[in-house]
Design a protein around this ligand. Sequence first.
Ligand code: GTP
Length: 235
Amino acid sequence: MQYKRILLKLSGEALMGERQYGIDPKRLAEYAKEIKEVVQKGIEVAIVIGGGNIFRGVAGAANGMDRVQGDHMGMLATCINGLALQSALEDEDVHTRLQTALEIKEVAEPYIKRKAIRHLEKGRVVIFGAGTGNPYFTTDTAAVLRAIEIDADAILKGTRVDGIYDVDPEKNKDAVKFESITFKDVIKKGLKVMDMTAFTLSEENKLPIIVFDMNTNGNLMKLVSGEKIGTIVNT
Ligand code: GTP
C-alpha cells in the first residue's frame, strides 16, 4: 500500500448525487463501500466533509447574512453530513467516531487530537465535523489542518473531476491533465486546487495533495494501492 494513514476530503455537494440539495442515500452508501474497502486493507482513514449541500456561509453572506453567522450554519451542516456518513459506514459494519470542532457533545465527541489518533490506530474511521471551528475558514483548510495534526501521509481530495488540468476541463475539451505538479507550479500557472489558506498550509508542511474523482468506483482503492489516479501536488 502506498499510504498508511490518509485524510479523505469529501465535498458536501458530492453527497447530493443527482439531487439539487441535501443527501442522496445512494451516493452515501457508495462512498461508505469505497471507504470500507480501504479500511479492510489496513489503511487508517480520517475524513473531513464539507457542508455545501446544506448551507454555505459564503452564499449566506452574499445574500446579506452576517458572514460569521453563515459560517456557523455551514459548520453545523458539516456535522449533519458527518452524522450521515457515520451512519452509512456503520451500515457497512465499519467502526467510526465523529469528532467535532464545535462542542455538541451529546451528539459527537469533541475534537481531541490524541484521541483521534488512538481511534485511527484501532482501525476506526474518524470523521471530523464543524470544519476548524472558526468562521472564515473553509473545510479544505480544516482538512489540511487535521491531516497535519494527525500526521497523515497525504490529503486525498475527492472531486467530480479526475485531477488538475491546465484549463477547466468542463469548459475546454483540449484541457490537459497533470499527473503530478509542484506547489510552486500550481501557483505560477494560477491553477485552483484549494483556497490559498489551505494550499499554503499544505505546502509549508509538505503534505501532498491528491485530487481525484471519488465518483468512479474503485478509484480510492486504486489510489491507496499506488496506482496513478488523479493528480498529485507535491513539493
Ligand atoms: P477507547 O476506549 O479509547 O478505545 O475509545 P472509545 O471511543 O471506544 O471510548 P470512549 O469510552 O471514549 O467512547 C465510547 C463511545 O462513546 C464511543 O462511541 C464514542 O464515540 C462515544 N463518546 C465518547 N466521548 C463522547 C462525547 O463527548 N460525546 C458523545 N456524544 N459521544 C462520546
